[in-house]
Ligand binder design. Sequence first.
Ligand code: NI
Length: 256
Amino acid sequence: MIFDTHAHYDDEAYEEDREDILKLIRQDGVGLVTDVGATIASTKKAVALSEQYDFIYAAIGVHPEGVEELTAQDMDWLCELAKREKVVAIGEIGLDYYYEDPKRDIQKIWFRKQLEVARKTGLPVVIHSRDAARDTLELVKECMKEGMHGGIIHCFSYGKEIAREYLNMGLYLGIGGVVTFKSAKKLKEVVEYAPLEQLVLETDSPYLSPEPNRGKRNSSLNLPYVAAMIAELKGISGEEVIAVAEENAKRLLFRK
Ligand code: NI
């Protein structure tokens, strides 16, 4: 069954038809979904969805774009929230240097603190990293040495050399719609290179719909297109990709 390890069904893009979409994806062979928080507010919504639907699990944390809202008390709150049964990861957290703000130093402070929440609570991380390859790798390496459990590099966007570093530490690469884009030569090389046992499927819904639905609102129903592209690159079947990716995600996320 399909395990969508990264979706934002709490997003306002689903305000009108959330219940219908969730029913539809469940009927159409999507087995499990991790709804990933990106702010304090969306983290609360992700946990609420996980408590409302059996097949939804939650990741809790604040995306680099939103870290300026954070306080030390929020870290304690995340540690407490991490104890809920359906909370399976800390994320999405990380570094995004694409925009100027928040400043890099501020992003690094809160990334480090949230990695620390992951280490303390024994949960894996879901990492967002854009245009920040070196700094992300450095902080993750440090925390892995300090005993953090692994995690997923969500929407992996770097080359083979960076991929190798994460794979060697036992982390997983999250592969979504981007792999189906014609321009995604570098990502296709990474997918060919990485062991299937360290790849997980993700949509980042409502964003990043794969071809042939690029530009439209995404949902987990589009994951077979992603699996088909990975299958083509690996010379195996789409079913095998889906099955192995599901096992990988369960091994990482269902630690409780
Ligand atoms: Ni996301």
